[in-house]
Structures are given as C-alpha cells and as structure tokens.
Design a protein around this ligand. Sequence first.
Ligand code: ZN
Length: 342
Amino acid sequence: MSSILPTTISGSLPKPAWLADRQQLWAPWALEGEDLAEAKRDAVRVVLRDQETAGIDIVTDGEQTRQHFVTTFIEGLAGVDFENRATVKIRQRYDASVPRVVGEVSRPRPVYVDDARFLVSESQRPVKYQLPGPMTMADTLADEFYGDREQLAMAFADILNAEAKELAAAGVSVIQFDEPAFNVYMNDVKAWGMRALDRAAAGVGCKTAVHICYGYGIEANIKWKETLGSEWRQYEETFPVIAASTIDQISLEAANSRVPVELLGLLRGKDVMVGVIDVATEAIETPEEIVATIQRALDYVPLENLIPSTNCGLVPLSRDVARAKLRALGAGAALARTELGS
Ligand code: ZN
C-alpha cells in the first residue's frame, strides 16, 4: 500500500465477452448455472490482476459478478418482482428496465457476502466492495407498495446495514455506497437522503465511502451534462451535509469536469477520492495530466486525505482502454508521489 496517494477505482470494469455481451451496458450473462459461477470467478481473477499490475492499491471486483450496480442487489431481496419488470425514467433522465417493489422489502439471505469472501481470498491488497446507496435504490425501481421514497429508502438502509456489517466481517476494508442520485435530488439529500445513508453505514466494522458522480460516459449523461451550465455546483449543496455525516470517504468527479475545484474544500476532515480519470473519453490520461489534477485538488484537500481514483465506473469502455486507464492512474499517482518527495 502506497504511503501517500493510495489509488483506487470508483468500481466497475468492462466484462470479458465470455461472461457477458460487452456491447450492452447491462447485458445478460453468456452462461448459466455452475459454468456462470466459474466464469464470474475467473473474471474477478482477471480484473484483480489488471488492477494489481497497474499499481492500484485498493482493489475491487470490477462488478464482474453483477449485471447492474443497483438492480442486481434489489433482485436479492424479498418483496420484489424482478421477472415482470417495469420501465421507468431514472435520475430524471433515462429509461431503464427495473424491478417492481410489490411488498415489504427484506433480505432473506446475504446478497454479496460469498462473492466478497472470494474476492478477499484472491487479493493480496485491501479490498473495496460497492453497494448501492438507499436513495439511488429507491430511484431505480418501480414502487407499487410503499408510495413514499423516504420510507422505502429507510427500509433499504436497514437491509444495507445488515449486508455491510457482514461484508466487513468477511474481510472487506472499505464499503462504498454508490449514490449518483445525490447529484439529482439535492433537496431530498438534505431532507432524508443523508440520514438514510448514515443509517446504512452505522456501526459497520470498516471504512465507509460514498460515490457521487455525473454518471457513465453514455449519451443520456453526456446530454444531461450539457444542460448543467458552465459550472457544476451540485456538490456545493450536498457536501456540507456529507461532511457532517459518519461517512469516511467521498468519491467525486474532478477530471475534465466542470466541478469548481474549491468545492472539495467543503469536505474538510474526510478522505476524498478525487476522480483523475475521465470515463467519458477513450483518450488515455498522461501521468502529467493526472499530477496536474492531483495538484489542483491539493489546494483544498490535505495530502494525507487524497485518494486518486476514477470519475466513475469504466464499464462502458473497451477492456483495452479500461486497462490503459488503470495503468495511467497507477503511473500518474506514482509520478505525483515522486514529485511530492515521498
Ligand atoms: Zn459513478
């Protein structure tokens, strides 16, 4: 583990074609049964190796064992019909095929704990595991039972808390809640979203993190970003609330984004995962570009709190581009460590 500027990724990596069709973002599996289980384990081994050789310090499973970062978790719960799915607009911007909540939600059994145990056993490095955040879960389904997003999010928070505690007990070092909805419903974050997230993270026996982004580099997100004006100030509303929370680390976009860098100063006291890799372009960042992004962040984030990362998941990119971006992240952080004399 690097003594300063430890690197990580926000989460996902593209899957191999033998596991799922890489032309589709939330593609169906290419295999089933025991063949699928074995293929998932092999894919996890491949992405671990890619991260380790690139010099990534805190590794993930690249979401190789899940189709979708939210709905796969929801499908592990009771009270949900995921066979007769509904299509709804999510994050106020694009249609997605989602499960329907038809009764009280509960977790009859752990969802990711076996997968996490395998990941920990295969890795020599600290492992980060991702769960969807409660607000983003409530925004990625068709609710036909609760009729109230806050109430539904709180029910999810209790389920997430039980899962997170078991993931930590399985040896996971960081649990990251993915909350892209925090950049869309800022008033709800203040009213109940942060409270739901704190409830999900309460008493978890490892570091906790939240990832708040402007989405994958897909067309719907690129068009949405064009409507956000010359400065993206969504974080300005939510960071003060997050700074007062129990969450240890915050993952945010900084590379090629229009987020004013001074907003990072609102997270005083927290570890900040600064996105130094743009996921919306196939251009590979140079180490010097990454050092420059780190340097800008260092005006507002103390060195000991800065974790170079990616803006968001790398899943929509090709495997070659994703691997090159991992290597760029490792090389850029290494150069920054040298330049900072450590
Ligand atoms: Zn993201």
